[in-house]
Each structure stands twice: as C-alpha cells, then as structure tokens.
Design a protein around this ligand. Structure first.
Ligand code: PLP
Length: 375
C-alpha cells in the first residue's frame, strides 16, 4: 500500500471489527513493529468500545472512530483520547461541550458524503456547513476531512472519479485558509491501489492488509489460513444418508471424513451448496451434505489414504493446492470481509511471530478447536 501511495503518505490501517475478525491487538502490534513512525499515523476503529479496548491493551497512538457515535459515549471517547469522525454540526457542538468541560483539547475529523449516503455532510453544501463547523469548534481541533468511496473495487472507476471530483469541489468551497490546516484522506485499499494519485496526506487500507482482494487487479499475498482436522474417517455403503435434512446420499462405496469445524466457527452453510472444497494431503476434496454447527463432512473417496488426524485446509495453501479467501467468499455468495469478520471466537487464532510482512505465509493462522487436535 505504501509503495502505491508514494512517499510521505501516512497510513490509518482499519482495525475495526477486531481487525476484520483477526484480532485488533495483535494486528496493531504487528503494524507498529513493522512500520516506521511516520508510516503508521494512527489506526481506525468503528466504535468507541473498540477504541477503548485498544487503549486498554496499551496502544498509545492515534485511534480514529469512524462511525457516528451515541451522545452518551462522547465523554468516554474524550476520556480515552479517541479522535471522533463527525457527520454533523450538532455533533461538533456536543464534542465541544465535552472538551470545554473536561479542559482538554480534542481533535476531530469531518466526513464528507460524496455519494456513499450513510454518513457525512453533503459535499455540495460545504460552503454552508464548513463555516458552522468552524464556529462550533471550541475547545476542539478540526484536524481532518475525508470521504469514503463506494465502488473503488469495481472494474469501472468512473464512480470513484466522480466522488473524488465532488470531494475536490468540497475543498474549493471551504472558507479560505481552512484547507491548509486539514489532513485529507479518501482512499480505502482499492482506491489506494487501483485509482491512486489523490495526493492526500493519509490513506485508510483495510481488507488488503488481511489478504482480501481489493478489486479484480489488486490481489494480495495470502495472509490468513483457516484449518481444521479430520476427527473421524469412515467407509460407507451406497445409500448411506448424511447430515441435517438428509440432503446427501452415498452413490457408491465412499470414504467420508468428518472435520471438527462448522458454521459455529464461521464456516458459512452456503459454502457447501456453493461447491466448497477443502485441501487434505495436498488434494482438493468436496464438502458433502449440510455444514452443521460443529462438524463438516468431506468426501475422501479419491484420497483413500486420508485419515483421522489429517489437517484440512479450508482457506490457505497446502502442498501444491491453495484455496483463497476470495474463492471461499465467492462460493458463499458474499465478500471476503464477511467471511473474516464471521470467524467466531471459538477458533483459536495463531499468529506467526517475528516474520516479515513479505513472508508469503503471512501472520495469522486460524485453527478449529485445538482440544480436538491429535498432535
Ligand atoms: C472499512 C473502511 C475502510 C477500509 O476499507 P477496505 O475496503 O477494507 O480497504 C476505509 N475507510 C473507512 C471509513 C472504512 O469504514
């Protein structure tokens, strides 16, 4: 991402939703040890409790909170020195009240809605709200201005260009002297890697850091592996029925392997109907029947030597075979973000310590219940 943005641009890696399900604390530790001081400008979360959890874990750097927050939580944000991203003049006033009462100057950023529609002040009314935001900002410091793209991962970047044009229009409507004091950020992973050339001070990558594609031509190295184990392997007679709803029936003598992982761990049921596979002993084998909460069954007939104790790779590389995060997401009819954030707390996260980010094996390894592992 840094290579794409050029020198002098700071990163706000998005670690919301527990760093897309991978664990915000270890991810922030890895970022802090792998990046230089000027490179890691801050980190982004969605909610105040997420920010406070990072503070509690000892992260002293900047934390930006990117969703509109309930009034009642503003005081907590101030207490934990979180930087709020605001979408209304009223919100600036309320933050201001808290700051004045607390006697501490608080920084904030303003979101501009250039087409995403869910938050932010309207881009075409900037001449009006910018003046009012500045007036309302007592005891608080207007530090940044940003927008968010809705389609930067699409093949066609025209919608992104249009949003960028609107953002520049916003800048041109600001009262004179204001822009110079503001840090600008617009790019998510896809925009930073594919559209480039915004010339803003900061970028906000997310999915690409976690091994998800940021569009058809922005494919990262694998970062996450998801593995389970065969806990039972059996030969079954033709006609043997499998799983809830009895949706699968053995057509021949088959060998079935039961994996100690299910939708309760975050493997969506839709993976089975989407033609999902896992890699065992370097070979792809199909998931059969319905995925249940704790167990998933695969057809091992073509890998007869497979047995209980074997590792089953749901996402990741094993031997010559690999299943990418995006393949799994596509088979489930969803996006990599939802697969990652759906990985449940029951899955132990194993981190590869001390390896360089360039190591293709990446930092995170997620395994199903270790007590079921035989070695
Ligand atoms: C999640 C998020 C990002 C990161 O988006 P990716 O597509 O994961 O790179 C950037 N900015 C904001 C405001 C976000 O909410």
């Amino acid at each position: 991402v840094l290579a794409a943005t050029g020198p002098g641009v700071g990163l706000i890696p998005m670690v919301k939703a527990d760093a897309y399900g991978l664990g915000a604390v270890p991810v922030v530790e890895a970022l802090a040890s792998g990046l230089g001081q000027g490179e890691l400008w801050g980190v982004g979360v969605a909610t105040i409790p997420e920010g406070r959890a990072l503070r509690g874990a000892g992260w002293g750097g900047r934390i930006l909170v990117f969703t509109p927050v309930p009034d009642a939580e503003i005081r907590l944000a101030a207490e934990s020195a979180l930087t709020l991203c605001l979408s209304s003049v009223d919100a600036v006033r309320r933050l201001s009240d808290v700051a004045v009462r607390g006697g501490r100057e608080l920084p904030f950023h303003i979101e501009v809605d250039t087409g995403m529609g869910r938050a932010g002040l309207p881009w075409h009314e900037a001449g009006d709200w910018a003046v009012r935001v500045r007036e309302a900002a007592r005891g608080v410091r207007w530090e940044g201005l940003y927008t968010h793209f809705h389609s930067a991962d699409e093949p066609d970047l025209r919608a992104t260009d249009e949003q960028w044009t609107r953002f520049r229009d916003t800048l041109s409507r600001l009262p004179s002297g204001l822009r110079e004091g503001l840090l600008l950020h617009v790019a998510n992973s896809a925009a930073a890697l594919r559209r480039r050339g915004f010339g803003c001070e900061l970028v906000r990558p997310g999915i690409f850091l976690y091994g998800g594609a940021a569009g058809p031509d922005a494919i990262p190295n694998p970062v996450v592996s998801l593995r389970s184990r065969v806990v039972l392997a059996r030969d079954v007679e033709p006609g043997t029925v499998l799983g809830y709803g009895a949706t699968y029936v053995a057509r021949r003598r088959e060998r079935w392997g039961t994996l100690s992982i299910g939708y309760g761990d975050g493997v969506p049921r839709a993976l089975a109907t989407g033609g999902g596979m896992v890699v065992i002993r370097g070979r792809r084998v199909p998931i059969i029947g319905r995925i249940s909460m704790d167990l998933t069954v695969v057809d091992l007939t073509d890998v007869p030597e497979a047995d209980a104790g074997d590792v089953a790779t749901i996402i990741g590389q094993e031997g010559e075979e690999a299943i990418s995060l995006d393949e799994v997401a596509t088979r489930c009819g969803t996006i990599s973000y939802e697969i990652l954030t759906g990985l449940s707390p029951r899955l132990p996260r194993e981190y590869r310590g001390g390896e360089r980010a360039s190591d293709e094996r990446g930092p995170a390894e997620i395994r199903s219940r270790p007590e079921l592992h035989q070695s």
